[in-house]
Design a protein around this ligand. Sequence first.
Ligand SMILES: NC(=O)c1ccc[n+]([C@@H]2O[C@H](COP(=O)([O-])OP(=O)(O)OC[C@H]3O[C@@H](n4cnc5c(N)ncnc54)[C@H](O)[C@@H]3O)[C@@H](O)[C@H]2O)c1
Length: 330
Amino acid sequence: MDRGPAERQQPDRQPADKESAMNHPLAKDRVVVVTGAGRGLGRAHALAFARAGARVLVNDLGVALDGGDGGETPAAQVAGEIRAAGGEAAVSTDDVADTTGAANLVHTALERWGRLDTLVNNAGFLRDRMLVNLDEDDWDAVVRVHLRGHFLPMRQAAAHWRAETKAGRRPEAARIVNTSSGAGLLGAVGQGSYAASKAGIAALTLVAAEEFAPYGVQVNALAPAARTRMTERVFAETMAAPADDGSFDAMAPENVSPLVVYLGSPASHGITGRVFEAEGGRITVMDGWRRAATTDKAARWDPAELDAPLRALLSKSPDPEPVYGARPPE
Ligand SMILES: NC(=O)c1ccc[n+]([C@@H]2O[C@H](COP(=O)([O-])OP(=O)(O)OC[C@H]3O[C@@H](n4cnc5c(N)ncnc54)[C@H](O)[C@@H]3O)[C@@H](O)[C@H]2O)c1
């Protein structure tokens, strides 16, 4: 790939034998924080940003699939992979849903590299249960990691970008990429806490995109689908890797990362407050809640008179997309 004149003039910071892994300049010299980057999608995003020239703070608490003690330090492993490929990385083992942990994320990036360009909120875990069996503590843990785990790092990053703006250094291309889910956008049987959290992240993305715009920040979200420990057992068939015949491994998490790098780079200028579904080579704009058929009596309705007008409205409105895992209609 042609790197462009400005870049060609500069001596390459990478050793020649590592260059091929670092030849994509979309995020060149940007400072990127990726949460939950020790495994799965976050790991793929961190490596992709590093390949695109970014300096990456690899965050991961190293928890088990249900958020319990994982006894691992996957963030250090991923940072090691980035460095081994000639890139720059630092490690954070902070809990993204903790006030101090979220503050540490931003402080670590600023202390290490003096700037912050992109925040990718990706960390999370599941505790799937049917609602009737859903334990309150499990509900709280899932809502906490996803909603607080998006809100707190966003607030911290936005406070930095607002301070920069007030000091006359409004960021040119600050970016936040959040992680929602098809479960949150369409609903998913057995995933009440997770779906509610991920729907909340979609709404939070819309609000943040508006509120942070004055500081030069764009905020988007994705609803990914990929083979990770989160999905490889539950959706074993859909997520399976192809036979070793060179065909496209559609469910590899690495397929989602190019969109994240793009949304996290200056190239995505003007795109904000949007939600994209990403799976394999497919990218879909998810069209959110919008008003369909409407009626106005210009007075208060009596409950008993609502049946016919309500059914008429529904007949004139599009059917909702099916909820994931819903029983087929009889
Ligand atoms: N895999 C999919 O198909 C899919 C689909 C929709 C949404 N998602 C979302 O994508 C994101 C990544 O999921 P994944 O599939 O890669 O799962 P994963 O379990 O492989 O990775 C998630 C990582 O987040 C880390 N983590 C959990 N809680 C944390 C905390 N409090 N602080 C810091 N790190 C923490 C875990 O240690 C883990 O390494 C999640 O938000 C998930 O809900 C995934």
